[in-house]
Design a protein around this ligand. Structure first.
Ligand code: FES
Length: 277
């Protein structure tokens, strides 16, 4: 069991959860993830680590409410306990002085990219952050990300910020404006990471994505998180989650992510009817 120290709604469908676990907090590195279960009957949910506090002994993640398990997680409060909390899992992101790094994030990926941007800045890189939101009220952690960025852009469909374009187009114009970019790191929904990778391919900029396939054990035993990268089978939980976005078989990933789509809808309808008749 692990105790929840904080659960907070950041924007309408995105929540933050801070869980107490000094052992995990001590070992966290940017790019890694944890697996959490909201109760004994839910799924094992992989969540990228968004921050950690070694003194407090806590780990923070940010998640999008999508199906039954994330709905359950969003209803927990400080003081509640989760039955399963394991990590840190996955390989840490590669952090070193590359030169100019562009961090592109959207949705839950805004938080997930924060520790990477911070570590890249600490390693002496110039950090350009580009965030994508559908509307201004969906942006969160702006101050945190600004504090670790040399340049900061927000693309918002309502035109509230720098531009209205979806992130790939923004990425293209930022790359053209900023000159040589040594590496792009993109985190968010699969479609966002796919489109970022497509946008940077013709520009020849190496692009890392943090893949989010369906996971079960998170330790390389079950094969649920299988992805194909450069024609080879990889397990995102132990070989990743970071991979070269230009080498990922995106079509296969999109199909595999939809495997339980209908079951998820059925489960959520059943759960909502039972709990909110
Ligand atoms: Fe089971 Fe990766 S989640 S092998």
């Amino acid at each position: 069991m692990a105790k929840i120290l904080k659960r907070e709604r950041l924007v309408p469908n995105i929540h933050l959860i801070e869980i107490e676990d000094p052992q995990i907090a001590k070992k966290c590195k940017p790019g890694q993830f944890v697996i959490v279960m909201a109760d004994n009957f839910g799924e094992r949910i992989p969540l990228t680590i968004a921050d950690w506090d070694t003194e407090k002994g806590s780990v923070t993640s940010v998640f999008l409410v999508v199906g039954t398990s994330t709905h359950k997680l969003s209803l927990l409060e400080a003081g509640d306990e989760v039955p399963v909390f394991v990590g840190p899992l996955g390989r840490p992101s590669e952090i070193e002085k590359f030169g100019k790094i562009l961090c592109a994030g959207g949705c839950f990926g805004i938080a997930a990219i924060y520790p990477i941007a911070r570590a890249m800045k600490e390693a002496g890189n110039t950090v350009i952050t580009v965030l994508d939101v559908k509307a201004n009220f969906l942006l969160y952690w702006e101050d945190k990300l600004r504090s670790v960025s040399d340049e900061f852009y927000v693309s918002s469909r309502d035109g509230y910020y720098d531009c209205k374009d979806f992130i790939p187009k923004t990425l293209e114009s930022v790359v053209k404006k900023e000159g040589k970019i040594d590496r792009v790191i993109s985190i968010g929904c699969t479609y966002l990471m796919y489109t970022c990778s497509e946008a940077t391919k013709p520009l020849g900029v190496k692009t890392l994505v943090s893949l989010n396939p369906i996971m079960v054990d998170g330790t390389g035993m079950c094969g649920a998180c299988r992805v194909t990268v450069d024609g080879r089978t990889k397990f995102a939980c132990v070989d990743g989650p970071d991979f070269d976005g230009h080498l990922v078989d995106w079509e296969e990933l999109f199909i595999r992510r939809k495997s339980y789509f209908e079951d998820e809808i059925e489960s959520l309808c059943y759960w909502e009817k039972k709990n909110f008749p």
